[in-house]
Design a protein around this ligand. Structure first.
Ligand code: PHE
Length: 362
């Protein structure tokens, strides 16, 4: 070994040892400057390449480059180790005891909408429905076109849609007006059999005691080769029984129109409104409209890349907020989103309640 090589080896082992021993990120940075900075040791050696003979350069060039790369790598590794150790130390120092009781008057509670969503996922989860998701900002295609709303059809405006400004290509996004675009997303990404629910925020330009510009829906979709309207009815009745905790419910299907289902129906539940201010589900002489549903339209199945001669199924959609109002006796929808802690104290639920079918969902 010539002396230069020995020197390089010594330089490398010296730096490697000091990098490995560096105690914090600042020390690593100082070593980086000392070795690889403009005035650094390795950079100084690199500068001598210019004055070497071509033969010498051919030998020393790769050696110096290798040295530079290895030291650079060692610096990066050490820096990452130290950053991780610093994070661990910080996490240890900032742990909090989540089992401590809250300070008086500061206890949080679960919003009825969150509670109902938990209940809905427990009920439908037990019936074999998987949970899907979609974004609040949707394409016009997913919210309307794929769902068999013809272009420029007034139904797009009937949904009181919030449209975004069109982009350069003329495409305009929307705040989704319903959760039905998640039907499209699911069919596009997943092969049947499909059995899913989706819950989330939806938006329409509308506001009174029973409408807010933002509200929540739950969507259900089943696609396979044999599912019928009878299956839909069975699932919905099982849902109503579990959700309202009643043994016997009578429902009726009224013919309706949705572009994305054929036939379409609205489902009403028998209820009693004879005592003012009280609503009883399952008995009485009144009907309460609760959801929209139907068999998925062949055009929708086709738009999602499936063959309507082979695949069929049903979909349903309902308002989560309305379900919450009905079950927990909340009279005004707007209060739900007023962020008033007194309201939440009255209607909210303990964070320690976890809905499950075994204990009853409510
Ligand atoms: N998307 C419909 C609405 O918002 C509800 C619906 C969903 C109807 C699925 C049929 C099938 O009114």
């Amino acid at each position: 070994m010539d002396t230069q090589t020995t020197d390089l080896a010594a330089l490398e082992s010296d730096f490697s040892a000091r990098i490995a021993a560096a105690a914090d990120e600042a020390a690593v940075e100082a070593l980086r400057v000392e070795a690889l900075g403009k005035q650094g040791a390795v950079s100084g050696l690199m500068k001598t390449l210019g004055s070497m003979s071509p033969d010498q350069r051919q030998v020393m060039g790769p050696k110096l480059n290798g040295l530079k790369d290895r030291l650079g790598e060692a610096l990066t590794v050490r820096k990452a180790q130290l950053a991780e150790a610093a994070l661990d130390a910080r996490l240890m120092a900032e742990t909090m005891d989540v089992s401590l009781p809250p300070r008086p008057g500061r206890a949080g509670s679960i919003h009825p909408i969150s509670m109902v969503m938990e209940e809905l996922s427990a009920i439908f989860g037990q019936m074999g429905f998987a949970l899907e998701e979609g974004p609040d900002i949707e394409t016009d295609f997913n919210n309307f076109t794929a769902l068999n709303f013809p272009p420029e059809h007034p139904a797009r405006d009937m949904h009181d849609t919030f449209f975004f400004h069109p982009n350069a290509k003329g495409d305009r996004k929307v705040l989704r007006t319903h959760t039905s675009p998640v039907q499209v997303r699911t069919m596009l990404k997943q092969k049947p059999p499909i059995r899913m629910i989706c819950m989330g925020r939806t938006y329409r330009c509308d506001s009174d005691a029973t409408h807010t510009p933002m509200f929540h829906q739950i969507e259900g979709l089943v696609i396979d080769e044999t599912t019928t309207m009878a299956d839909l009815k069975g699932v919905l009745m099982a849902f109503i029984r579990a959700y309202f905790e009643v043994d016997d419910v009578e429902v009726r299907f009224r013919p309706h129109h949705f572009p994305f289902t054929e036939p379409s129906a609205e489902m009403d539940v028998r209820c009693d409104r004879s005592v003012p201010g009280q609503l009883k589900i399952g008995a009485g002489n009144d009907w309460l409209e609760i959801l929209g549903c139907g068999m998925v339209h062949p055009n929708v199945i086709r738009a999602c890349g499936l063959d309507p001669d082979k695949h069929q199924g049903y979909a349903f959609g309902m308002g989560v907020d309305r379900l919450a109002m009905l079950k927990y006796g909340i009279p005004d929808l707007r209060d739900m989103f007023a962020a008033d802690t007194r309201w939440l104290k009255h209607y909210g639920f303990s964070p320690f309640l976890s809905p499950g079918l075994a204990a009853g969902v409510g």
